[in-house]
Design a protein around this ligand. Structure first.
Ligand SMILES: Nc1ncnc2c1ncn2[C@@H]1O[C@H](COP(=O)(O)OP(=O)(O)OP(=O)(O)O)[C@@H](O)[C@H]1O
Ligand SMILES: [Mg+2]
Length: 269
């Protein structure tokens, strides 16, 4: 796979493309080119007899404005891959460039600032601060980024309204259902309009209707503001929201498995 063969709407053999991908117009901090470019990326946890080869040479390119879904069986390396892309986990070998920056060689001291300016996360564990309300949780990246408290809270309430939680803005996390906490985490990931958002199983705690609504929202945000989003999912109900679907197996990108239930073409939503 090469970067120039992987524009949205243009599928490589292991991927499915949607006819609904967005045009690219926004200026990105790294200039033209892919938002993510992994080449031969490896990750080994531990060493010796107990070493786990979680990534065995991943090649992956994500373009600006693209909503990419990453699918594959449990343990195949999906969370590991997006964690390296999100600069919260070190890779072992190969390259992983995000917005032109080499994640494997970026000094540790530069990573928090890079994440704050450019990345949004929504991980499998929602990681909400139990001492902050829903709106304050969403506001955290904005406050760290220098927003005034009042403005940050206004923006948080706006985002919570978009994910259907306008009436829960003042609720504490332990007063929210799993699905509601998940939506707070999604709102937080989008709060400071990052260039790249990674979501790990964003619909796992949502009922069908809410899951589709949230994915529709993520897709609209992706296309309207030319964010790029990587969504790890097992949820066949949301495949139709993807611009492209990429499958992993045993630490590698593989052709989509025939019996996976993934459509061969994604109809426009
Ligand atoms: N911190 C760790 N130490 C050792 N092994 C790990 C660690 N984290 C993950 N692994 C192993 O690496 C492999 C890939 O794990 P990963 O969490 O990336 O899989 P996944 O595709 O996200 O799975 P799931 O769909 O269940 O979330 C698995 O074999 C897992 O046991
Ligand atoms: Mg995982």
């Amino acid at each position: 796979m090469t970067a120039d063969t992987l524009t949205p709407n243009k599928a490589a053999s292991s991927e499915v493309a949607s006819p609904a991908a967005a045009p690219r117009t926004a200026a990105l901090p790294h200039g033209p080119g892919p938002v993510v470019e992994c080449r031969g990326l490896t990750k080994v946890y531990g060493e010796g007899d107990t070493a786990v080869h979680a990534l065995r040479g991943v090649d992956l390119v994500v373009q600006p404005g693209e909503l990419l879904m990453l699918v594959g069986p449990s343990g195949c390396g999906k969370t590991t891959l997006i964690s390296i892309i999100a600069s919260v986990l070190d890779g072992s070998g190969g390259t992983c460039r995000v917005l032109g920056q080499d994640m494997l060689r970026m000094p540790e001291r530069d990573k928090p600032g890079f994440r704050l300016r450019h990345l949004g996360f929504c991980f499998q564990a929602f990681n909400l601060n139990p001492c902050l309300s829903a709106a304050e949780n969403v506001a955290v990246p904005l406050l760290i980024g220098g927003w005034r408290y009042g403005k940050a809270l206004d923006r948080s309430r706006e985002l919570l309204q978009q994910v259907g939680l306008a009436d829960k803005a003042d609720a504490m996390p332990d007063q929210l259902s799993g699905g509601q906490q998940q939506r707070v985490a999604i709102a937080r990931a989008f709060a400071q309009e990052p260039d790249l958002i990674v979501c790990d199983e964003p619909t796992s705690a949502l009922d069908s209707a809410t899951g589709e609504k949230v994915l529709g929202l993520i897709r609209d945000m992706t296309h309207s503001s030319h964010r790029s989003v990587i969504v790890v999912t097992h949820d066949a109900r949301i495949f139709r929201f993807a611009d492209r679907i990429v499958a992993m197996e045993d630490g590698r990108i593989v052709p989509l498995p025939a019996a996976s239930g993934i459509p061969l073409s994604i109809p426009p939503v």
